[in-house]
Design a protein around this ligand. Structure first.
Ligand code: ISL
Ligand code: CA
Length: 549
């Protein structure tokens, strides 16, 4: 057996719902909570256990809900608190848990706390945000300076993200108590946990020294794993988390496994797990360094995953994703949107579901949804993509080049409506959707894939069942094979009773792969081609073998 302490959130599989684009129940073009309620049976049918709901709190939507103006209210465009209560109740009835997003590194500038704080230098909340007489050189994640001037105080406030997302002053115990009380409010409603947005940035280096400027001309905010980070999280654990059987997942950890241990080492009493994203950075075009067209470096991708898989084993639990609302569609990055669309979609499912750690599936990923063919400014909704558009224009990039980059990077790619059928607006809404529907919906949609026994959707369902039936896939240790191979990602998972071999061809051509001796004749649990594994893998072929020890 293994020495990992079992927990429901280690064994469970998460399905991420970005509510604005999941299902619109009232024809206003915006997905909502009733839409999620209507689709609970579909979510359940996937075999997943946990729904992570992106922010549904009241928000002016500068950053699509990641700018909260009231943590105790539901954004009216998503429905009412009664809808939220009903969602919790119905999900629980079906054996699904609900985890909410907690966005407390910053609030909205329209939150009552900030309005009061910004009104003068001596109001009761004067100290709830970071106010300084002079800005330093830090840049904001969404462009421009990280400091914004407010005449009423003749001072600047810090915003690591957009200027409508002022950073909350975690040094102030009143702020922390206010946050804990919000958490208890939702805990009392019966939610099953939180995903902690930007958790590594709660604590700031209070010297606010300039940092070396990057290609944008600004310095990177020195507030990752700040000096009091773990002090704050331990206090939060003591005062709140220890009182609930919650799933707690931090967005990001340290930059290495070692600096991530304290966040999730059970003896430290902070969070249950983190997910990290460096694997999604491999081969990602970034305007900051010019458009990187060098393509995808599989050995690098494997090395990063290997570093985290082994580096965290025995030190704390992790979650893994290939897609989320900040990413683009995985099939465009690592798969094939042409003739091998199906095969590559299944291959990516196999990779995600057999890594060590809780898998996070993003809505539409189970269908093999693809990126949107962006080609005009009016199609952009996301403030990050909008800022990139402005920066790239300023740098004199040709329009074709700009669109090529945004089609590969814009967060809007993952935010187009879920594709339910081949009817109007892909069955998402009877009104005009808030963002364009991806034209691929004629072929890629739930209804079509339900009918096709060989679909990506059915493969996910099957692979999920295989993972669940094999504890080795959940707790077994990870070992990377053939690290230098530029076509094949192969690894094993092992405990004292079983060993699994997972093999994935990441290319659209044959690849040679010799099965290790001990796996010859082992049982094939799942794969995306009919044949028994041979010495040559087909394009994007994948399979999982199991042997007894
Ligand atoms: O800063 C980063 C890496 O050093 C980013 O990856 C950062 O952690 C990420 O952009 C934070 O994302 C989250 O918070 C944002 C929001 O826009 C995203 O949607 C959310 O996932 C601000 O709340
Ligand atoms: Ca709606």
């Amino acid at each position: 057996m293994h020495n990992e302490k079992p927990a429901w959130w280690k064994e469970g599989i998460v399905y991420q719902v970005w509510p604005r684009s999941f299902k619109d129940s009232n024809g206003d073009g915006i997905g909502d909570l009733r839409g999620v309620i209507d689709k609970l049976d579909y979510i359940k049918s996937l075999g997943v256990d946990i729904i992570w709901l992106n922010p549904v709190y009241k928000s002016p939507n500068d950053d699509m809900g990641y700018d909260v103006s009231d943590y105790r209210a539901i954004n009216p465009e998503f429905g009412t608190m009664a809808d939220m209560d009903e969602l919790l109740q119905k999900a629980h009835q079906k054996g699904l848990r609900i985890v909410m997003d907690l966005v407390v590194n910053h609030s909205s500038d329209e939150h009552a706390w900030f309005k009061e704080s910004a009104s003068s230098r001596d109001n009761p909340k004067a100290d709830w945000y970071y106010w300084r007489d002079k800005p330093n050189n830090w840049g904001a994640w969404f462009g421009g300076s990280a400091w914004e001037y407010v005449p009423a105080r003749n001072q600047y406030y810090l915003h690591v993200f957009s200027k409508k997302q002022p950073d909350l002053n975690w040094e102030n115990p009143e702020v922390r108590e206010a946050i804990y009380s919000i958490m208890r409010y939702w805990g009392d409603k019966g939610i099953d946990g939180f995903r902690f947005d930007a958790v590594t940035r709660y604590s700031k280096d209070l010297t606010f020294k300039d940092t070396p400027p990057d290609s944008t001309g600004y310095g990177f905010p020195a507030c990752m794993n700040g000096p009091k980070e773990h002090v704050f999280l331990r206090e939060m654990y003591r005062k709140v988390l220890s009182h609930y059987d919650w799933m707690t997942v931090g967005e990001g950890g340290g930059s290495t496994p070692r600096s991530t241990w304290p966040y999730v080492n059970p003896s430290k009493h902070e969070l249950g797990m983190v997910f990290v994203g460096p694997h999604t950075g491999v081969g990602r075009p970034r305007y900051g360094n010019g458009y990187d067209e060098s393509g995808f470096d599989l050995p690098r991708f494997k090395a990063i995953i290997d570093e985290w898989q082994r580096g965290m084993d025995g030190h704390g639990w992790m979650g893994w994703y290939l897609e989320n609302h900040d990413q683009v569609r995985s099939i465009n990055r690592w798969g094939n949107t042409g003739i091998y669309w199906k095969e590559s979609g299944k291959m990516l499912a196999t990779l995600l579901l057999f890594l060590r750690g809780t898998p996070y599936i993003y809505m539409g990923e189970e269908l093999g949804m693809v990126n949107y063919p962006f080609r005009k400014k009016e199609e952009i909704r996301d403030l990050e993509a909008m800022n990139d558009y402005v920066v790239l224009n300023k740098r004199g990039y040709a329009p074709d080049h700009i669109w090529k980059i945004l089609r590969m990077t814009s967060r809007d790619n993952c935010r187009t409506p879920m594709q339910w059928n081949d009817q109007g607006n892909a069955g998402f809404s009877t009104g005009k959707p808030w963002i364009e529907v991806n034209p691929s919906y004629q072929d890629i949609n739930v209804e079509a894939e339900e009918k096709d026994p060989d679909s990506i959707l059915h493969y996910w369902r099957k692979a999920i069942q295989v993972r669940k039936a094999h504890p080795t896939a959940i707790y077994g240790s990870f070992r990377l094979l053939c690290p230098k191979d530029t076509q094949v990602f192969a690894f094993t998972r092992k405990d004292q009773e079983h060993e699994l071999l997972i093999v994935c061809n990441f290319t659209n051509v044959h690849a040679r792969y010799e099965i290790p001796k001990e796996f010859r004749g082992a049982e094939k649990l799942i794969g995306n081609y009919e044949n028994e594994p041979g010495i040559l893998l087909h394009a994007y072929e994948c399979y999982v073998l199991e042997r007894n020890i």
